[in-house]
Design a protein around this ligand. Structure first.
Ligand code: FE
Length: 199
């Protein structure tokens, strides 16, 4: 049974996402460099999050316990994944890295993203004030351009949602969270318990 029939989403509702996944797959195959991939990928994701009319409610549901990561599409060859992040009021990630390229597009509400980097003494430092990303904006991370950040819902009284794309099946990637001193802890994010929206 497909995820669509499980969650009663209509084909038209996810048509935007399906087109995005097709475009992204082609982009990943044909990009000559990470710069090119991130540049065109930003434009594709900006177009996807420009409209907030396609994400089924099941993949937009918040939890009082923690922020949710619902799989929207996992490439069968593991080359990329698309995930909806749903932030309850005031929820935030720990400081963490990704180990692969990633794009974050805000679909609903707003997020605060603070970037970190290790200084020459090996201490983890904030690289500047948290950046506010409103609906429609897109941010990028990668080990090459800056891979460590902490993300929070900008609102303490409502849900925010962003659509994330990564250059791997991110739920399975071994990566790290960091405490304020920069000490790493092993981190594998997994996914919330729904089948991928598009198989
Ligand atoms: Fe992140």
């Amino acid at each position: 049974m497909s995820a669509l029939s499980l969650i009663h989403a209509s084909d038209t509702q996810v048509a935007r996402l399906a087109a995005f996944v097709d475009d992204l797959r082609a982009l990943i195959v044909y990009s000559a460099s990470e710069d090119e991939l991130l540049s065109y990928g930003r434009a594709l994701l900006a177009e996807l999050v420009r409209h907030d009319d396609w994400l089924p409610d099941a993949y937009a549901a918040s939890s009082a316990q923690r922020y949710q990561q619902y799989p929207l599409h996992i490439d069968s060859a593991g080359r990329f994944s698309v995930v909806s992040f749903v932030w309850g009021p005031g929820q935030a990630t720990p400081i963490h890295d990704h180990r692969v390229w990633g794009l974050v597009g805000v679909l609903r509400g707003a997020e605060l993203a603070e970037s970190f980097a290790f200084d020459s003494e090996g201490a983890l430092r904030s690289t500047g004030p948290a950046q506010r990303l409103g609906a429609g904006s897109v941010d990028a991370v990668s080990p090459r351009i800056g891979d460590i950040h902490r993300v929070a819902n900008a609102y303490d009284d409502r849900v925010s949602i962003s659509i994330h794309v990564y250059g791997a099946d991110i739920g399975r990637v071994e990566r790290a969270t960091y405490d304020r001193s920069g000490a790493p802890s092993r981190f594998v994010s997994g996914y919330a318990g729904l089948p991928a929206l598009i198989a």
